[in-house]
Design a protein around this ligand. Sequence first.
Ligand code: NAD
Length: 268
Amino acid sequence: MDLGIAGKWALVCGASKGLGLGCAQALVREGVNVVIAARGAEGLQVATAGLLGDSLRPAATQVLSVASDVTTPEGRAALFAVPGGPGINFDIVVTNAGGPPPGDFRDWDREAWIKAVDANMLTPIELIKSTIDGMAERGFGRIVNITSSSVKSPIDILGLSNGARSGLTGFVAGVARSSIAARGVTINNLLPGKFDTDRLAGTLGAAAKKSGKPIEAIRAAQQAQIPAGRYGNPAEFGAICAFLCSVHAGYLTGQNILPDGGAYPGTY
Ligand code: NAD
């Protein structure tokens, strides 16, 4: 299927690896020019080289990168000042940043909450605020927020994530249905279940240390709990993101899409 978005410009945040990189790769393969952002220049260099070297990348498709912490105002300003990039005129924006740490809510002070809300609620809102009106004026826009399955199925130790991301979800539900909906702009949230990325490897390592069990045993036990019998991979996550950004998904907005291998047990 031709997604109909070749030649458009996408901003993909948190894209030096993991789910963000999966989204960037799927978009680049559709001929979408991308600006990828992450904090570390080294990781970005490797990711950029990989995207440019992808044999499925249409020849004219551009890949630009910017080392930036998207949770800060300066970092967000840098996204819109990339030489050769589209400035603020992105057609597609994929918001993403690292998730907040796990813990016991009794230990979280105001500062911990502000940090989580800043990264996982206010940062996507600021990025939407900067780009959405231009998209509406041009008659096309796609915003995809990478959130978490914890929005639908909260995990007790991830209270910071449950809270901050739910705030974003409520906000998006309103804005997606505002006047921009009739002007070609959609906003959807992608809620990953368990995907095989460095972040997952980090949480597995911590669980192994705490329980004294080998990582492989914990992986196997977790995968057995997922109806699909495995973790997801960033490429299949990226393919869903690219479809949401396509011309075919113009009637799909304000939705929370849950790629989790069937792990969420509810009917709705
Ligand atoms: P990852 O650690 O593999 O990759 C995260 C990427 O984001 C990296 O490129 C990193 O450099 C970048 N990044 C982090 N903080 C940033 C910041 N402040 N500014 C710019 N770039 C930043 O993680 P992942 O598994 O791809 O997860 C992506 C998001 O999805 C996270 O918010 C995570 O909590 C959420 N999530 C992941 C899973 C999973 O199973 N992998 C499940 C649920 C939710």
